[in-house]
Design a protein around this ligand. Structure first.
Ligand code: UDP
Ligand code: MG
Length: 136
């Protein structure tokens, strides 16, 4: 079965600031994740809070929203076979120290909060997150 899906990627402020966007995009292309749409934006803390609202009860929520709104980010729609699972795999575990070798977070992440990239975790969330940034 050819399960073509779309997922949302965010290159977070720590990676944009270190000019890693092109290196990360190369990894997407090598792994058959096609970039369907992309834009560089700088969101407000309120927008970050809306995006991450599933985490609103977590102790790290406030710092997470401050961080995501601290500088420019690149948001992208990625498309490919099993894109959601494929992208989560090449992204690596949330904590770069625990991520497998050659994953994006292992290669570029600084810490659990400055972990360079976001990726949707389910079909339902991928749809919601794509709509959040790309539906006007
Ligand atoms: N995060 C954090 N501290 C934690 C757990 C998560 O700062 O203890 C941040 C981290 O940047 C992570 C984001 O919150 O990427 C969302 O957390 P989630 O559990 O959804 O991880 P992800 O899906 O990004 O791997
Ligand atoms: Mg998540």
């Amino acid at each position: 079965m050819n399960n073509i899906e779309q997922t949302l990627s965010i290159i977070k402020p720590d990676a944009v600031e270190r000019n890693l966007a092109d290196d990360i995009k190369d990894i997407f292309k090598k792994n058959n994740l096609n970039i369907i749409d992309a834009k560089k934006i700088h969101i407000t803390k309120d927008e970050a809070s809306e995006f991450y609202k599933v985490h609103q009860s977590k102790p790290f929520f406030n710092d997470l929203c401050t961080y995501l709104s601290s500088g420019p980010i690149v948001v992208m729609i990625l498309e490919g076979k099993d894109a959601i699972k494929n992208y989560r795999k090449i992204m690596g575990a949330t904590d770069p120290k625990k991520a497998d070798e050659n994953t994006i977070r292992r290669l570029f992440g600084i810490s659990i909060d400055k972990n360079s990239v976001h990726g949707s975790d389910s079909t339902e969330n991928a749809k919601k997150e794509i709509d959040f940034f790309f539906k006007n």
